[in-house]
Design a protein around this ligand. Structure first.
Ligand code: UDP
Ligand code: MG
Length: 317
């Protein structure tokens, strides 16, 4: 029996790209089905993440035209990571393997063949890794580079230059289900699931139509989420910074007492005092900010809010 492949495609205000994405995916599915690589029961599942435009209507239209297309409608916008998880968790026991992909065709559809091949070879997780960043702005290219360096130095096992274009087997998804966290950073979580994994490389293209749903502000908060939901090292760094500063202050304190009482010099100038106040004040605020970030995370985790709520699921088996 051939592999049942489901694709999960989160969509937020993507009415402009859905026609093209659907026709390219359909072509790909048809060729894979006729080559006997995937079963006819394979589906493409669009997850509508509370779009404000006609995305959901478009998805239903696609489903009416061809049962190859299914749709999940979330009750409201929850962000890319939650939408993706909603899709993965909904379909995980309907398929042998699931590939997640962006709607905007930046991920190269032809990579699916290579991913399936790796799956057949026995890999449970196949990461799509972009082999260049030519299509990114200078700014995004460099900030992304710094981000992956920081992530790695903090002990994260996330795969550099891998977004959320990846294949996961049914049992890898079952593993992912056991991660109950609310602060989602899937590319940091998937490596923690384990199993045999590998990379396939592809060239990431330009967004087909519409504009990026990740403006700078969202990108920064995603990066901070990524770091603080993967690693506690920044908190430990605060501890060590505090430790070093405290040790230094003891030495300076001794120096001040000695120079004041024994040598009788009063050298306390305004500038050095100001520098110390501003410096330590800034350091304190920074430290409190980092701790606050973790406390905010704990706050959200203890609440155990649902990660997504599904309003509709249209699927023909
Ligand atoms: N997306 C989503 N919910 C959101 C924002 C984005 O489901 O709140 C989807 C979007 O439709 C796309 C994918 O996430 O399929 C990646 O977004 P985008 O292409 O805008 O990000 P970029 O490629 O610019 O980083
Ligand atoms: Mg994109």
């Amino acid at each position: 029996m051939s592999t049942v492949l489901y694709m999960v495609v989160p969509c937020y205000n993507e009415e402009l790209v859905l026609d093209e994405t659907s026709s390219r995916l359909k072509k790909k599915y048809q060729s894979l089905i006729s080559a006997g690589k995937i079963s006819e029961k394979s589906r493409v599942v669009y997850v509508n993440d509370g779009s404000k435009d006609k995305t959901w209507e478009k998805i239903m239209e696609k489903h009416d035209e061809d049962i190859m297309f299914s749709g999940i409608n979330l009750s409201r916008n929850r962000g890319h990571q939650n939408a993706l998880l909603a899709g993965l968790m909904t379909v995980k026991n309907m398929a042998d393997c699931v590939i997640s992909m962006d709607a905007d065709l930046q991920d190269d559809i032809d990579t699916i063949d290579a991913m399936l091949e790796k799956y057949e070879e026995g890999y449970d997780v196949v990461y799509g890794v972009r082999d260049n960043r030519d299509t990114d702005t200078f700014f995004k290219r460099n900030t992304a580079g710094v981000f992956y360096k920081v992530m790695q130095s903090l002990g994260s096992q996330s795969v550099p230059n891998h977004a959320d274009f990846r294949l996961m087997s049914e049992r890898a998804l079952d593993g992912l289900e056991q991660f109950q966290e609310v602060n989602l950073f899937l590319r940091g979580m998937v490596p923690m699931v384990g199993y045999k994994s590998t990379n396939v490389y592809y060239k990431r293209g330009e967004r087909f139509a519409g504009e990026s749903k990740y403006p700078l502000k969202k990108m920064l908060s995603f990066a901070i989420d990524g770091i603080t939901s993967t690693s506690a090292t920044p908190m430990r760094m605060i501890f060590w910074t505090g430790f070093v500063v405290f040790a230094l202050s003891i030495i300076i304190g001794i120096y001040v007492i000695v120079s004041h009482s024994i040598q009788g010099r009063t050298v306390l100038g305004w500038s050095s005092t100001m520098a110390a106040i501003i410096g330590f004040g800034g350091l304190n605020l920074l430290a409190i900010g980092i701790i606050g970030e973790y406390i905010g995370k704990i706050f959200l985790e203890v609440k155990q809010r649902p990660r997504f709520i599904i309003e509709d699921f249209i699927n023909d088996k």
